[in-house]
Design a protein around this ligand. Structure first.
Ligand code: ATP
Ligand code: MG
Length: 220
């Protein structure tokens, strides 16, 4: 039943793989905004990563399920994966608005990096009309130096746009994929079941150097 959920968080992402930066951000948004649920929505095809190699959606979905299992407030949605095609946030927000009804308040949660190019998103005005936007602090991405045009655009939505301070996690999926490829530890960067899944499925192993510098000494 979805109609009891009045304050819904939506955590979009590629989750290739999901890591503690995502989880700490979603949990921070949950308690700060009193959310009834946070829905993790793995992208089918992320619009900004169309030239990049992205893992099979079923792997990304499964890892997100494993990572969120122990938090009763977290759920994972197959909406973007099952819709197929490029995953635009505006389409997802429209669908969720229909599913959860006009009274529900939607909170779309992103990291600071995602906000930097928000004015280029498909129907960005519509996105802000459909949901509050929560921009979580992320090491390496400052919201203090937004381009003037973005700042002006966001100023129009000052009641809908919120900055959220979360414990700093200098982690990215890109770095985790590289660490796996290089044979470095990813322990304590991702939940244990996610690490096991990555190892069992042999994810992120391509381009492993046959010999050479990979190994304990090159790992940070
Ligand atoms: P990649 O390096 O592949 O882009 P990522 O770590 O940025 O991966 P995404 O799946 O692209 O992860 O991110 C999903 C959402 O989570 C985005 O809104 C992103 O800004 C946010 N996010 C990711 N990592 C962090 C982090 N360490 N702290 C805060 N927000 C984060
Ligand atoms: Mg990213």
């Amino acid at each position: 039943m979805t109609n009891r959920i009045m304050r819904l968080g939506i955590m979009g992402g590629t989750f290739d793989p999901v890591h503690y930066g995502h989880l700490v951000t979603a949990e921070g948004a949950r308690y700060t905004f009193g959310l009834d649920q946070v829905l993790f929505v793995p992208a089918g095809k992320p619009p900004h990563k169309q030239n990049a190699q992205v893992s099979d959606p079923e792997h990304r979905y499964m890892m997100t399920v494993l990572a969120t299992l122990t938090n009763p407030y977290f759920e994972v949605s197959r909406l973007e994966i099952d819709r197929g095609g490029v995953s635009y946030t505006v389409d997802t927000l429209r669908t969720l608005r229909e599913q959860y009804g006009p009274e529900a308040e939607l909170f779309f949660i992103t990291g600071a990096d995602a906000i930097l190019d928000i004015t280029t998103w498909k129907d960005s005005d519509q996105c802000l009309a459909l949901a509050h936007f929560v921009a979580a602090t992320r090491p390496g991405f400052s919201l203090d130096h937004l381009p003037e045009s973005t700042r002006q655009w966001l100023a129009r939505y000052k009641d809908r746009f919120h900055i959220l301070r979360v414990p700093a996690m200098a982690i990215s999926s890109t770095e985790i994929r590289e660490r796996v490829r290089e044979g470095c530890s990813i322990r304590y960067l991702v939940p244990e079941p996610v690490e096991h899944y990555i190892r069992r499925q042999g994810l992120y192993l391509e381009h492993v150097p046959q010999s050479g510098t990979s190994g304990a000494n090159s790992c940070r």
